[in-house]
Ligand binder design. Structure first.
Ligand SMILES: Cc1cc2nc3c(=O)[nH]c(=O)nc-3n(C[C@H](O)[C@H](O)[C@H](O)COP(=O)(O)OP(=O)(O)OC[C@H]3O[C@@H](n4cnc5c(N)ncnc54)[C@H](O)[C@@H]3O)c2cc1C
Length: 497
């Protein structure tokens, strides 16, 4: 790749990245760290926070990473980058420590600042724009990213790093200040600690975090979900994942896939490994296993097996597991299986009617407040994110078969509604989970961010991928991506008067 300037070499190409959570930040950092000539990078972020995104903005020190420090590096080629950064700041840190997520947010900020400082001699620049991306005008010669406040950014490439679509509202719940729809909104759980019962809806990792914050005061929690099951905890220490089984050829039914997983876990246990290490060993081949299921079988997995997968795959830090056990023992936490059938605001709080998951009478729970922790949305077409809505509406992006996210090439180039990649729009992370399934955690995001930076530069210079780059593309050939160099004109960021 020989630099990313415009055709006459008179201006650097401009890459706009929408979203500066972990994913957008790491794409920017990779672009800044690559030494291939001038490039303008513009990070557009609506929260005003550049780096931490939703997961790592929490200031509650009880909210821990669910991955040990040694495995949270931002960069594939520097596996201890985070652990070393943290060791300089935290005395006596062990590589197997599960650090507060707020510390990781600081790390992402510092990765961005450091990459920016290192990029100067390469004439690579980073501009931070606070605002919400609301639309994208595409012509053959130009991309124009439109912000909700009217500003426009004329650019050569756009990366959607918006995180997952937001979860659907629970329509039975009343609109009331005591119903907290977004536990991650600033100060949602902070100072207003309830002393009575809080109903936490969702028993996944976000529900666990909300429980820790609420019970740190005098509050009690009833955690409710359809299955009612809490996640498993990690074993203390660093454990090497068991090598995965061979990838089966051809398509799989869900019961065949379950048999492969069961046999893999049993064989690992016979060799003295814990089931958790066996489960972690499946991670590198999860996209291939997922791809072997037909869309019908994937839907069946989502309907019938999702929770059972999630409580094993997304585990709590050991200290969090111990704390939950203590809360259960003391009665400060209860968990229950059921679904909400009706709810209303009352003078003392909120009354919620819950139908149990097994046959039984509906019961009414009177609580001080309700916190919704049901996690990411499961239908990208229902997203209220304006840039996603605009792209899905004009065919610039297309939902994957399960509508968990969008369709992409192996490198993350968006496929339009005809299945073609324009070659100028890219995405990564949660929006790819429909096609990859395992695509939301740092381990996958950092690899995708690195590949995306290479693919963007390649597309800007009009060069074909090298054999090594092709090989690093997840082992898959690129599908339908046209590599287009930027077309003339000047990049502009316009602010309306
Ligand atoms: C509570 C929680 C804990 C987690 N813990 C871990 C962990 O310990 N280890 C791990 O590996 N993974 C963890 N994860 C997984 C996590 O999702 C990823 O690690 C990562 O944070 C996802 O980053 P992202 O940038 O894709 O999404 P997000 O963090 O959601 O960031 C997206 C950003 O885009 C912005 N945005 C969205 N739309 C627009 C728009 N239209 N215009 C402008 N800006 C926009 C948002 O404001 C946001 O800042 C956790 C996830 C959650 C939710």
């Amino acid at each position: 790749v020989s630099g990313c300037s415009g055709p006459a070499g008179e201006r650097p190409a401009l890459v706009a990245i929408v979203g500066s959570g972990c994913a957008g930040t790491l794409v920017a950092a990779n672009l800044l760290r690559r030494a291939h000539g001038a490039l303008r990078i513009v990070l557009v972020e609506r929260s005003g926070r550049f780096g931490p995104g939703v997961a790592y903005a929490t200031e509650d020190p009880q909210h821990l990473l669910n991955v040990p420090a040694e495995r949270m590096s931002a960069f594939c080629d520097e596996p201890s980058h985070f652990a070393e950064w943290a060791a300089e700041r935290i005395r006596g840190l062990a590589p197997a420590s599960y650090l507060p997520r707020g510390v990781y947010g600081e790390y992402l900020r510092s990765v961005l600042a450091d990459s920016r400082a290192r990029a100067r001699p390469q004439r690579r620049t980073l501009e931070l724009v606070s605002g919400e991306a609301a639309g994208l005008k595409r012509t053959p010669n130009e991309l124009e990213l439109r912000l909700a406040d009217g500003r426009r950014i004329v650019c050569d490439r756009v990366v959607l790093a918006t995180g997952p679509p937001e979860g659907a509202a629970i329509e039975q719940l009343p609109s009331d200040p005591r119903v907290i729809a977004d536990p991650w909104a600033a100060a949602a759980l902070g100072s207003s600690v309830a002393s009575g019962l809080t109903l936490v809806i969702g028993t996944g990792l976000s529900g666990v975090d909300a429980t820790l914050s609420i019970t740190a005061g005098r509050g009690r929690v009833l955690a409710l979900s359809r299955g009612g099951r809490l996640p498993y905890a990690h074993l203390p220490g660093l454990h090497t994942p068991t090598p995965p089984p061979p990838i089966p050829s051809g398509s799989l039914r869900l019961d065949e896939l379950e048999r492969i997983v069961r046999e893999h876990v049993t064989a690992a246990q016979r060799r003295g490994h814990d089931w958790r290490a066996a489960f972690d060993g499946l991670r590198p081949i999860t996209p291939e296993l997922w791809a072997a299921l037909s869309p019908q079988e994937r839907r069946r997995f989502l309907r019938e097996r999702l929770r059972s997968w999630e409580i094993r795959r997304h585990r709590m830090a050991p200290a969090v597991g111990a704390r939950l056990r203590a809360l259960l023992d003391s009665g400060a936490l209860e968990h229950s299986a059921g679904s909400i059938v009706a709810a209303r605001a009352s003078s003392g709080g909120v009354e919620v009617d819950v139908a149990p998951s097994r046959p039984g009478p509906i019961r009414t729970i009177a609580c001080e407040r309700v916190v919704v922790c049901t996690g990411a949305g499961k239908d990208v077409r229902q997203s209220s994110n304006p840039i996603l809505r605009a792209l899905l509406a004009d065919g610039g992006a297309s939902a994957d078969e399960l509508a968990l996210g969008v369709r992409c090439s192996a490198d993350g180039a968006l496929l339009d509604s005809d299945g073609h990649a324009d070659g100028r729009l890219f995405t990564l992370g949660a929006l790819r989970r429909g096609e990859l399934w395992e695509s939301t955690a740092v381990e996958e995001i950092r690899a995708q961010a690195e590949r995306l930076a290479i693919a963007i530069e390649r597309s800007l210079s009009g060069s074909a991928p090298s054999p090594a780059e092709r090989a690093s593309s997840n082992g898959k050939a690129l599908i339908g991506v046209t590599t287009r160099p930027p077309v003339g004109g000047r990049n502009r960021i316009e602010v309306p008067r």
